[in-house]
Ligand binder design. Structure first.
Ligand SMILES: *[C@@H]1O[C@H](CO)[C@@H](O)[C@H](O)[C@H]1NC(C)=O
Ligand SMILES: *[C@@H]1O[C@H](CO)[C@@H](O)[C@H](O)[C@H]1NC(C)=O
Ligand SMILES: *[C@@H]1O[C@H](CO)[C@@H](O)[C@H](O)[C@H]1NC(C)=O
Ligand SMILES: *[C@@H]1O[C@H](CO)[C@@H](O)[C@H](O)[C@H]1NC(C)=O
Ligand SMILES: *[C@@H]1O[C@H](CO)[C@@H](O)[C@H](O)[C@H]1NC(C)=O
Ligand SMILES: *[C@@H]1O[C@H](CO)[C@@H](O)[C@H](O)[C@H]1NC(C)=O
Ligand SMILES: *[C@@H]1O[C@H](CO)[C@@H](O)[C@H](O)[C@H]1NC(C)=O
Length: 610
């Protein structure tokens, strides 16, 4: 079954609350057609004197390595996305740029590859999810910005160096952006997709060459399709998979997972339990509680999981919050890596294996696919391996539910631990890899004032680690720790006919720490990226008729590869202040403990036994 048109757009929490207020009215609505909020305040005619607004996501700049040459830029695809929903993706043949072949001939390695999406739109339109694939492997998952009558511009850049193996081969670029255009929703998206390449002056030393995989196998749907190449997962028992055989000389394997959630699960972390919905006869409120996880299975066995970051799309909660500073991760959705090297012993038999994805407690719809990054032994035709230990205990899950009528409190907690150790014998020797993932989750979901106020406070904590050794030494030891805090308040009031008001407060972010040590040297990074957004709006049907949004974001990155700090705030489409700094020196910006010299980085690593 094709996902409904509603699934094409990221939507809004508002109808959920509206439905809570007026279950009968919501039930009377056409068969579960979920409405969304239109972007523009008014269908005002364009004003030539007003320039288009530039929207942006705060992120650290992608910098080419020192001494590298470039960019060599190639336009991959130029597309117009009008009535594209349920139609085949826009495609273009891909030929590796001549500069890439020239560099290879000179022995100069690829230093950096950046994929840039730059787009414009004018009028009124919903936020639309889109994906970019090269030869079936997804390179970018993103959400469009919502336009204004005078037009908007935005661009998104993603470091795609890790796909060097794909970029070196001819293939096909596909972009699916399912848009619908009518008299009200007039916005047509125009976009250019460009690849920028930078090269090292000479061939980098062999350990660096090993950073990128030799082969990338897509775990996605093949064209032709009237949809994106992602799998659409519609319920808790739906598992979508692809069978593939991996080369028999593979010595390392990493699964990179792309995830986005839409329609009934766009705000999964706000969904109440089903008994609350049943007791209150709510027919149009998505349920299944507030916990979700993506589980990756190979031949039915759990190899890893993703507890996703709560991306809020550009029309989410109150669309006015995300103009021009968009929500964290909304223009470049995060991807999630699972190292499956310990399991290679089970996969090196030359036969096809089933790589599948499911979502615990899912409601319609989750778009998921993955890229399998494989490192091949150029010195031998066959590697061998064996799994030494494996522990994937079941999900530990608990809900405390208390409610009376439409008011109540639901406290949900969950945890999971997956670990595996295995060896692979190749021309590099017998190398043993251990990989673990440890997750914990806590969500408090409170309904007050007869269900008109909802307060969600959630924390996801995801930790993973890798330890690689051969007979004589430790080759790599690394740890990655992510914490995703979220606080969301929404209050509905002054409901008159098909109009209501909504106050909202959103605070969320990503805190991550990464340490790694081994043959490639030591590295450390720490990111604190937090947004606080507050807004009000008056909604009629599914259009915002007036309102105001204010957003403040602080981004602090400190790493052995450099530093970046930004403190930016906007209100009513206007940037109030914008301070940034990319020096790592002490006092470069106030209040931030960002001094990181090489010594402190090393001390940090020692603490982590590296
Ligand atoms: C609470 O909301 C329900 C559904 O909207 C409504 O029928 C009921 O009258 C409300 N109760 C109070 C006390 O306002
Ligand atoms: C796409 O590229 C063309 C040609 O350079 C340019 O005219 C157009 O403005 C670009 N469009 C966007 C949305 O960047
Ligand atoms: C879940 O989704 C799958 C795939 O669309 C479908 O075949 C199956 O019937 C659904 N199961 C339930 C219980 O709705
Ligand atoms: C829900 O519907 C049933 C049957 O229509 C009715 O008996 C019950 O009172 C309703 N409950 C509420 C809370 O409206
Ligand atoms: C959310 O919950 C955490 C942990 O329970 C608590 O420390 C924090 O203060 C809460 N946040 C808000 C805004 O209530
Ligand atoms: C670490 O030291 C090297 C050389 O001494 C220097 O180039 C680099 O910038 C330093 N890194 C940081 C984060 O200070
Ligand atoms: C928001 O900005 C618009 C101009 O872009 C202005 O007309 C409007 O009055 C502003 N609203 C508020 C509440 O500041």
């Amino acid at each position: 079954m094709a996902p409904s048109a509603a699934a094409a757009a990221a939507s809004s929490i508002l109808l959920l609350l509206l439905a809570l207020l007026h279950p009968a009215a919501a039930a009377a609505g056409a068969a579960r057609h979920r409405h969304r909020l239109g972007a523009s305040l008014r269908a005002a005619p364009p004003d030539a004197s007003q320039p288009p607004t530039t929207f942006f996501e705060v992120d650290r700049p992608i910098r080419p390595p020192r001494g590298s040459a470039g960019p060599c830029s190639t336009l991959l695809l130029s597309g117009t996305f009008g009535a594209t929903y349920g139609r085949p993706p826009a495609t273009a043949a891909y030929a590796p740029p001549a500069c890439l072949a020239d560099a290879r001939a000179r022995g100069a390695g690829l230093a950096l590859a950046v994929l840039e999406w730059s787009a414009d739109c004018r009028g009124r339109q919903f936020d639309r999810i889109f994906g970019v694939w090269l030869s079936g492997a997804e390179l970018l998952r993103s959400c469009t910005a919502e336009p204004r009558p005078n037009g908007i511009l935005w661009s998104v850049s993603r470091d795609v160096t890790r796909y060097a193996a794909l970029l070196a081969e001819p293939g096909e670029v596909a972009v699916y952006l399912g848009n619908l255009v009518d008299k009200t929703y007039t916005g047509v998206y125009h976009a250019n997709l460009t690849l920028h390449l930078y090269f090292h002056a000479a061939s980098p030393p062999p350990p660096q060459q090993q950073q990128q995989a030799d082969l990338i196998l897509p775990i996605s749907r093949s064209l032709p399709l009237n949809d994106g190449q992602w799998f659409a997962i519609q319920n808790s028992t739906d598992v979508q998979s692809k069978k593939l055989a991996i080369p028999s000389n593979t010595y390392r394997a990493v699964l990179e997972v792309f995830v986005s959630f839409h329609s009934d699960d766009e705000f999964w972390y706000t969904n109440p339990p089903n008994d609350y919905i049943q007791a209150n006869n709510l027919s149009n409120v998505p349920g299944n509680g507030a916990f979700r996880e993506v589980v990756a299975r190979v031949d039915g066995e759990v190899f890893g999981a993703v507890w996703p970051f709560t991306v809020i799309y550009t029309g989410g909660v109150n669309p006015l919050l995300w103009r021009p500073i968009t929500g964290i991760g909304s223009f470049t959705l995060p991807t999630y890596d699972i190292d499956i090297t310990p399991f290679l012993g089970k996969l090196l038999d030359g036969k096809e294996h089933d790589f599948g994805f499911g979502v615990t407690d899912a409601l319609d719809v989750w778009y998921i696919d993955a890229n399998l990054h494989l490192w091949l032994d150029h010195e031998s035709e066959k590697t061998t391996g064996s799994l030494l230990s494996y522990d994937a205990s079941v999900l530990d899950f608990n809900v405390n539910s208390e409610f009376s009528g439409l008011d109540g409190q639901f406290v949900t907690s969950a945890s999971r631990h997956i670990s595996a150790t295995g060896w692979v014998k190749s021309s590099y020797g017998e190398v043993t890899t251990s990989f673990y993932q440890r997750f914990s989750y806590e969500n408090s979901n409170v309904f007050r004032e007869n269900g008109t106020v909802q307060i969600v406070n959630q924390t996801i904590d995801a930790k993973s680690g890798i330890f690689v050794k051969d007979a004589s030494s430790v080759l790599l030891s690394g740890e990655f720790h992510e914490v995703f805090p979220l606080y969301l308040y929404t209050g509905t009031s002054d409901k008159v006919g098909d109009e209501y008001s909504l106050d909202s407060l959103v605070k969320f972010g990503i805190n991550e720490k990464k340490t790694s040590g081994g043959k490639l040297g030591f590295s450390f990074s720490s990111l604190q990226n937090a947004q606080s957004a507050r807004g009000t709006m008056r909604v009629k049907k599914n259009l915002v008729v007036r309102g105001l949004g204010k957003t403040h974001q602080v981004y602090k990155y400190v790493g052995t590869d450099g530093c970046y700090f930004r403190d930016v705030s906007s209100r009513n489409y206007t940037v109030l202040f914008d301070r940034s700094d990319d020096s790592c020196s002490k006092g470069a910006y106030s209040g931030a403990s960002t001094k990181l010299n090489n010594q402190s980085a090393r001390r940090k690593l020692l603490v982590n036994k590296l």
